[in-house]
Write a protein that binds this ligand. Structure first.
Ligand SMILES: [Zn+2]
Length: 108
């Protein structure tokens, strides 16, 4: 399934089923067809799910010891940096449709 990412003026994001016909069907069935993200600690996971590689600039660390919500144990970059970078990534992809990514946020 494809999902559409949209940001709003408050710096929050919505991930929604991109196909309107499928979204309408899910809505009729009482199933969730969009998900709202307003907690900044959720942004790294959302961005990673959609394809962000956690890289900030041209650094070499893979940051494999963090999910972006804690300090990287390898390079000691703080969570705030990951959250900020995730937010910038999400802003750059505002309005993008992601093919077969984002499914994990939904139960079906
Ligand atoms: Zn690191």
């Amino acid at each position: 399934m494809n999902f559409l990412l949209t940001g709003n003026s408050m710096g929050h994001y919505t991930l929604s089923v991109a196909n309107k016909r499928i979204a309408a069907k899910l809505k009729r069935e009482g199933l969730e067809y969009d998900k709202y993200f307003q907690v900044d600690y959720d942004f790294p996971d959302l961005a990673r799910t959609l394809g962000w590689n956690m890289k900030i600039g041209r650094e070499r660390c893979q940051h494999s010891g963090t999910d972006g919500t804690i300090t990287c144990p390898d390079c000691h970059r703080p969570a705030a940096d990951f959250i900020g970078a995730a937010q910038a990534w999400l802003d750059r992809h505002d309005g993008c449709v992601f093919r077969n990514k984002g499914q994990d946020y939904f139960d079906y």
